[in-house]
Structure formats: structure tokens, C-alpha cells
Design a protein. Sequence first.
Length: 353
Amino acid sequence: MLQGLSKGGRQLISRPASAVFGFPSSVSAGVRGLRTTSLAASPKLPDFVRIVEVGPRDGLQNEKQVVSTADKLRLIELLGDSGLGAIECTSFVSPKWVPQMGDNRELMEQLRSRKREGVRYPVLTPNAKGMEAALAAGAGEVAVFAAASEAFSRKNINCSVAESLERFSDVMRMAKEAEVPVRGYVSCVVGCPYQGPVLPQQVAYVAARLLDMGCYEVSLGDTIGVGTPGSFAPMLEAVQREVPTDRLAVHCHDTYGQALANILQSLQMGVSVVDASVAGLGGCPYAKGASGNVATEDVVYMLSGMGIRHGVDLQALMAAGSFICGVLGNRQTQSKVSRALGEKAASNAASAA
């Protein structure tokens, strides 16, 4: 049991793991007796966390293998089956630079008849040309991105951070005219592959500009996964002085195994929106050394263990991860939770045979 959470009339809540996680009997049999404690009563933790699934876009864009449109659609359907309310599904970028997203229009057209009520399907639009194509394809929500690192911005789009933000003016105008909400991303919020550490004040400046331009939410991305709670906290503090916390999200890559720790730090500082990628897919085609995003399954498991609601069925989510790993040549999932529960289920099945 954690100490100190019962002060001020708050009660610690202990429940069997099967009740918290919703495991089927084949899985929960291996964790019977494990007790969990709800931490949601803490004033520094949210009661509910909204998860934005980025696997179909941010996850698949960095794969050498180009996944078929049919398999992408099936993945999106499976993710929707798990209860996820936001699934970023593609990017309207040049197929010359990101061929994995070359079927964006076809994907969106086929997705129209398969959309699940209550689920949002945002797409990435880096410029006005991409925005025009996204709107023509029926996109109902878009995302734009800017780097907090001058070196990263100049290396990849050949302009300064300030100039990159100015380029979004047409995108924001088009979105406003079409009444399409825009989400903003800030990349390299703690470290850059070209310049090293990034100043928190620079992250705050970019995040505030995106908000002022009309983004309803700004996601802070540790693009190369170098952050720790020790660097995440001052970055968030700087951003929170300029942007309301309820307009922020975090997007953590797990290159150094710090993603969950950084997410926990963010939750403790009031952030309640987390980006994640099923099976830990992903990376960044423009950032050398960037490994996959934090696995959605691992985020769900952690939130469940803390008693924080999220609305996602872990077993259905694992099925989606298993599907896409099969499509990618029976690759092993990067989700530690999926590995552990899969091995335990297999062991229990073998013992029962």
C-alpha cells in the first residue's frame, strides 16, 4: 500500500487485478491475488485520461514495409472496437517523402462508411496543400506540427521555427472556414538529434503560438525519447505558464525506456491527454534515433493499475496489436504488457492441456 493517500478523508481503494483490468479468466487466473490501489483520489491525478491512438499514422509512417489500405482499415476498426475515442489514421504529406502514407485519400474515402459513432479520425496536414487534400477527402479533424528546436526545423523543412509557424496561417484559415478542429504538435520538446537539449522556454513559445493560432489542443512530443521526469517537469512547468493545462497532451517515445515515467510525471502535473501507439509502433522518419511511441497497451495497464478511467478494453486492444504485428511479418510487439500477458495465457493453456 502507498502511504499518505488516506490523509484528508481520502480512502485507499484495493481491488483484485481482474476487477481493475477486466482480464478474461484465461488471463486473470495468472494474476489472482494481486491487489491494486486507486490513486485517482490524489488531487494531482486526473480521474479520466483520454488516449489519442497514433499507431495508424505515427506508427506506420516509419515502417519500411508499406501496409495495404485494407490492412490499415482493419487496424483502425480493431482499435475502434477497443473503445479508443480518437484514432489518428493518416497523413497528407508527399508520397515522395513518406510513401507509407501514399494511400491517404483512398483510406479516407473507404473509411467514410466504416466510421464508428463517437470516434474521431484526425489526419496530419503539414501545409496548405496537404490541408486542401485532407478536406477534399472528407477529413473531420486535422493536426499540424512545429519543432521546438531551431536545428530540427532548419534541417528538415529549411526554415526557422518562427517561419514554420507562419506557414500554418493558411492551414488555420482553411480549417476555420471548413469548421474543422485543429490539433497542434510540438516536436523535440526536451531534446533534438541535431542540437541536443532544448530550452523549456522555447517549447512554451511554440506551444503558446499554436494555441493562439487556433489549435484546440497542443501535444508535447519527446520525439527521440531522451526525456526523463527530471527534464519533463521543468519543460511542463514552462509550458503551463503559457498554456492552460487542460489544453495540453503528451506524446512520448520510448527510446530510453522512460515513456511511462514521463507520462506519470505529466499526470501528476495535471495533464489528462496521452498519445500512444498500439504495439509500440513508430518512430519519426525525420529524426534519427527515434524509436517507437509508448505502447498503448502499456499506458492502459498503468492507468488501470492506478484506478484512473480511460474507457479502453485491454484485451481488444491487444487483439489490434497482434493483428498489425502479424501484418508486419509476425513481428514481436513492443508492448511489455502484451508480451507478459500473452506468455502467461500461453503458459496457462499449456498447463491445462
